[in-house]
Design a protein around this ligand. Structure first.
Ligand code: PMP
Length: 405
């Protein structure tokens, strides 16, 4: 089937917008992606027809809302091929998922224990471990990044010790686009008896994810980066860990029985879902998974790869262009600097031409330090970007180059 990008674009009303009188070219999909009409209609449907608190009411619409939320859980379970819906925990996003593991699984760790991270982690996969480390003396061992943006697996293996309690690693870098050899990393950690948390925020929007094949212990991602509503995330966790782990937050929904003497907790996954969940957006996330599945994640990936390859080749022709992250098989994320120009100036000039790119440290300051820079400009593609948009981006770079270099 032909990839009909023009037809897909009609599903995203925001793409018709202009900025400074120029058509919007949205190239910040790594930070958040746009949302198709069907998903917004699903939100509207929840508000207009089914809004009632979930898991509580005996009345019909409460049961409908509950069924819709739980249907999403089932759909996520099959989408990522988890073993059971009780391994799917709804969170506010990747950040909350990782904080949940740091706080709850982290309670098993002791002074002197170690966690292996990589130098390309997002702050969301660094700071929760530092917070844990401020309560206990936890050592963070960091896998360095090679000049092309890939990890050196020998260095990774060398970091294991008998105190290693967890590996916490991103599947795909939000700055470099590097797709880490996650299967090998999980297999090796397991051979050392160490569980693995994967930050999948940048992987799930671009590739097939199979929890049972990968065998990671935890895997966190966010709906808003996969064309879904903001405020919803998923934490996959292996049942055998989740059963053992203490609750993350206390409150309604997560209990079985409360008394002032003793409180018992709900079954999985509800033990980890204190308070009223964002059932409206969770229900709508189901429409988002249907939308992606109907196009096919492999077709999306192939489309984005074409844009990545063409755009990278064109950028390399611009004298003074510096691209960060050139590992083979990388995702459609291009971090760059134009000579010594400040990333912010480049981003501002591109915005005046209607092109939305991200500038700054991308919540990866340790990586910036390792690269010896303060920040980059980052262009990233999504399922609706076109060759014409890539051409407009390249034309804009040529136009601003003389002003910056
Ligand atoms: N990890 C990575 C690799 C990311 O790119 C992001 C978002 N930029 C996050 C974690 C955090 O995701 P969220 O803000 O949705 O919690």
């Amino acid at each position: 089937m032909r990839y009909d990008v023009e037809a897909l674009r009609r599903d995203f009303p925001i793409l018709d917008r202009t900025v400074y009188g120029k058509p919007l070219v949205y190239l910040d999909n790594t930070a958040t992606s746009q949302t198709p009409r069907v998903v917004v209609e699903a939100i509207e449907n929840m508000y207009f027809n089914h809004k009632a608190n979930v898991h509580r009411g005996v009345f019909s619409i409460s049961q409908e809302a509950t069924d819709m939320m739980e249907a999403t859980r089932g759909k996520v379970c099959s989408y990522i091929n988890a073993a059971s819906p009780s391994e799917i925990i709804f969170t506010r996003g990747t950040t909350e998922g990782i904080n949940l593991v740091a706080s709850s699984f982290g309670s098993f760790m002791e002074n002197g224990d170690e966690i292996i991270l990589t130098a390309m982690e997002h702050h969301a996969n660094i700071v929760p471990w530092q917070l844990l480390g401020s309560r206990k003396r936890i050592g963070l061992r960091v896998v360095p990044v090679r000049p092309d943006g890939s990890l050196d697996l020998d260095q990774y293996r060398n970091l294991f010790s008998e105190r290693t309690r967890l590996v916490a690693v991103c599947h795909v870098s939000n700055v470099l686009g590097t797709v880490n050899p996650i299967q090998e990393m999980v297999d090796y950690a397991h051979s050392m008896g160490v569980p693995v948390l994967v930050d999948g925020a940048q992987a799930v929007p671009h590739m097939t994810i199979d929890m049972q094949a990968l065998d990671a212990d935890f895997y966190a991602f966010s709906s808003h980066k996969m064309y879904g509503p903001a405020g919803v995330g998923i934490l996959y966790g292996k049942e055998r860990w989740l059963e053992k782990m203490p609750p993350y937050q206390g409150g309604g929904e997560m209990i079985s029985h409360v008394s002032f003497k003793k409180t018992t907790y709900a079954e999985l996954p509800f033990k980890f879902e204190a308070g009223t969940p964002d059932f409206v957006d969770i229900a709508a996330f189901s429409a988002c998974l249907d939308y992606i599945s109907a196009i096919g994640i492999d077709a999306i990936e192939a489309h984005e790869r074409e844009l990545l390859e063409w755009t990278t080749a064109e950028m390399e022709k611009i004298p003074g262009m510096r691209i960060f992250g050139t590992a083979p098989g990388k995702c459609a994320v291009i971090s760059f600097l134009m000579g010594d120009a400040h990333h912010y100036d480049t981003g501002m000039l591109l915005d005046k031409l209607g092109i939305a790119v991200r500038t700054g440290h991308h919540c990866a300051q340790p990586l910036m330090e390792a690269l010896g820079i303060e920040g980059t400009v980052r262009a990233s593609f999504g399922l609706y970007n076109t060759k014409a948009e890539a051409e407009a981006f390249i034309a804009a770079l040529h136009r601003i180059a003389p002003m910056l270099m």
